[in-house]
Design a protein. Structure first.
Length: 372
């Protein structure tokens, strides 16, 4: 006897068939939504409908977090207030010193009739992301040729130099950071005025001050600023501080390790400088080019050729005179040979004439005899 459920509890398709059906439907919805965005509207409607429920569920958590933040904030406000008061006093003292030094500097420049340095224009920009190359220290900022950013412009933060623009796009720019191994900046030591060049390192965190003699006065803690001699960076921008100095007897230069003053990787808002250098041209640019030197060498050759032309002109009449002199004896020889030929021809004519006269006499005699 075959068993079957009563009509009230009759089952539909089997469980395995329903499983395959719903799996196929899920895959179709996933693919269509990933490729064609077919469920964006449905997702938006569901999100808007469920948002009040989500906020209601998060109310206890928000109350707890708010109470904890209030307690922490009240505890830290006093410490922050004390720190800001001390910082304000320090900055006010530095501001008074800067104002006094600026007035003294203006007075000395007026006495020495020195021209004032022109301040550089700045363009604010924001660092968007790092580049994908792990072997370089570069970032991309949100500003390009549309914002008048030029290739090679210095990039600084509120603490000091962080890099230089190395590639410009219409709406973005690529900045090579100060710690890149191929980046170099001319600097000078504030305490002694010693000038050198600072480079990035392969580690990407420290800087290397090169070409410093062993006898140079360099100490740990010395501040380095831009020298402005390259015409790219304005003078006086903070760059780095000396960490340690290694001097060895077998080398001519000391190894000076420095740390950047500005937070190179932590900066978010930066300034791009539009600096116009007033460095005079180098003497090499005023010297004549190699092509001019070649032209100068060619001029004596042209003079020698011009001197040779009159000598050639003098030699040509002499050659012509010798040629005519040689031609004249030949003509005289031919003219002298011509009478000889005539002299040879005349006797023949003289011999023929006597033979002709008797024939004429006979003819005349015959006519005379016919007509007595």
């Amino acid at each position: 006897m075959e068993y079957s459920p009563p009509p009230l509890f009759k089952q539909g398709p089997s469980a395995l068939a329903r499983l395959f059906l719903f799996v196929a439907l899920s895959l179709a919805l996933l693919i269509s939504d990933a490729r064609f965005k077919t469920l964006e509207v449905v997702r938006g409607v569901l999100g808007a409908g469920l948002y009040p429920l989500q906020r209601a569920a998060l109310v206890p958590r928000d109350l707890f977090v708010g109470a904890a933040d209030l307690a922490v904030t009240s505890a830290t406000l006093r410490a922050d207030n004390t720190q800001l008061h001390a910082r304000n006093l320090q900055l006010s003292q530095q501001a008074n010193q800067v104002a006094m030094l600026a007035a003294e500097n203006a007075h000395l420049r007026a006495l020495l009739q020195l021209s004032q340095r022109i301040g550089a224009h700045t363009t604010p920009a924001e660092i968007q992301y790092d580049t994908h190359d792990p072997f370089t220290q570069k970032v991309v900022i949100g500003g390009g040729s549309q914002q008048n950013i030029q290739n090679g412009a210095p990039v600084v933060s509120e603490d000091g130099v962080i890099g230089q623009v190395t590639r410009v796009f219409p709406m973005q720019s690529e900045v090579t950071l100060l710690t890149d191994k191929d980046q170099a900046v001319p600097v000078e030591i504030v305490r002694t005025g010693l000038r050198s060049v600072i480079y990035g390192t392969a580690q990407g965190a420290l800087l290397d001050l090169r070409f410093v003699p062993i006898s140079a006065d360099v100490q740990a803690g010395d501040e380095l600023v831009t020298s402005g001699l390259d015409g790219v960076y304005p003078q006086g921008l903070p760059v780095a501080k000396v960490l340690r100095v290694d001097k060895q007897a077998d080398t001519a230069f000391a190894r000076v390790i420095c740390a950047p003053v500005a937070t190179v990787r932590g900066a978010r808002q930066v300034l791009v400088l539009h600096y116009v250098s007033q460095v005079p041209p180098s003497p090499e640019s005023l010297e004549p080019a190699p092509a001019d030197a070649k032209d100068a060498k060619k001029k004596p050759d042209a003079k020698k050729a011009a001197d040779k032309k009159p000598a050639d002109a003098k030699a040509q009449p002499a050659a012509q005179a010798s040629g005519t002199a040689a031609a004249r004896p030949a003509t005289t020889a031919t003219t002298a040979a011509a009478p000889a030929v005539d002299m040879k021809r005349k006797p023949a004519a003289a011999v023929s004439k006597p033979t002709a006269k008797p024939a004429q006499q006979r003819a005349a005699h015959a006519v005379a005899t016919e007509n007595p």
